[in-house]
Design a protein around this ligand. Sequence first.
Ligand SMILES: CSC[C@H]1O[C@H](OP(=O)(O)O)[C@H](O)[C@@H]1O
Length: 362
Amino acid sequence: MSLQSIKYQRGSLEILDQLLLPVVSKYLPVRGVEDGWKVINKMQVRGAPAIAIVGCLSLAVEIYPEVFSSKKSLRQEIEGKLNYLVSARPTAVNMKISADELITLANELTKDDAITVEEMKQRFLKATEAMLEKDIADNRAIGANGAKAILEHVAEATGVATAGPVRVLTHCNTGSLATAGYGTALGVVRNLSELGKLEHVYCTETRPYNQGARLTAYELVHEKLPATLVLDSMVAALLRVKNVAAVVVGADRVAANGDTANKIGTYQIAVVAKHHGVPFYVAAPLTSIDLQIPSGDHIIIEVRPDREMTHVGEHRIAAPGINCWNPAFDVTPASLITGIITEHGVFKPEALKVEITKLLEL
Ligand SMILES: CSC[C@H]1O[C@H](OP(=O)(O)O)[C@H](O)[C@@H]1O
């Protein structure tokens, strides 16, 4: 069993093929940008942060052995290949944000006459490699901030000084298999467990790719956390009878007003949580927050192949000829979100733009 979605050393990149989990644990080599685009588009690696990291590292392993005649040619290679990688999957913003940051770095280094072309390449390699450790650090901070916010919310709601162990629900996979490690929403679950405050975690199956049944359950069993798998259709019944204290999910793109695109099914969980008075949290690093778009109406929702719905592997489970609608994500309006958990703190959706802008200006 391995929970390491990405294996990297300078000149070499491998990803855990998540289409084969949980039955087979197999690493695939990613030799360059074409491989990177394919493993992201096929969802052999998935998860907003992991997509950005694998995309950028696929360029790092491609250019590592290359000798560039000029900084201009290196900059053109970086810009063209990163923008190509952004096209692999349209909804998560992380790849776009990382690409823009690295292109800005390449432009700055190109203009700096004190930097040679080889030094520019080394600086680029170091910047992509730094994404791995930063993601894990961000996730640990998200985990701590989120666990604290949930426990404080529960304590206030129940009129006690300190909340006891809680039950939480999560959707899709937001753990080590969606990131460089530890996870975002699942990082909150891990931190609650580390605090001795996790009574139980419920994870949804998350049809049709089954990130919950195949990946989140895999992580939770691997770490022996008290967990139960539920069907996507069970969430209303679960919140009615199982005393779930909070819902915490990930994000692929959070708009400036707090509207959040996340795995299909998230929106209806948020509606059900509202009905039952259960707080609904989104866990997202700053690399998933897109202040360039005002609301969720501007988020492109990826529609994936019908076969992901009609088959499980090679086995057909839907009638031949039936039409399908397979959006990979939906948008949860900010009005249904209690708080957005980031590595810098937990923000009300209505305060997000101001708070994140202040952080980015620091
Ligand atoms: C760390 S959040 C990951 C985010 O990405 C997942 O989508 P996919 O499996 O299609 O990449 C899901 O929306 C998660 O919340």
